[in-house]
Design a protein. Structure first.
Ligand SMILES: [Zn+2]
Length: 82
């Protein structure tokens, strides 16, 4: 993250922090405790790692897909054994 300058104050020094990140999508929410973020040491502006956000998004959709498709989603293998 060292190359990127803060949008607010223009410096490029950050420290790592852990925050409770609330992801929201179409009126649904997922709280992700201890999300690693970079925080500007000067103004405190928080920046998220793209890989971290991607992983949160992936988990969000996994959780909501499971909620919306109950028991009928179970698949039984149709292989024949000899
Ligand atoms: Zn800053």
């Amino acid at each position: 993250m060292g190359e990127i300058r803060c949008n607010t104050c223009g410096i490029n020094s950050y420290k790592e922090r852990k925050i409770n990140y609330l992801y929201s999508h179409q009126g649904k929410y997922l709280l992700v405790p201890k999300t690693p973020v970079e925080s500007c040491i000067d103004c405190g502006m928080i920046y998220y790692d793209a890989a971290v956000l991607k992983e949160i998004e992936r988990r969000f959709f996994v959780i909501h897909q499971q909620n919306e498709m109950p028991d009928s989603y179970i698949q039984i293998p149709t292989k024949s054994y000899r």
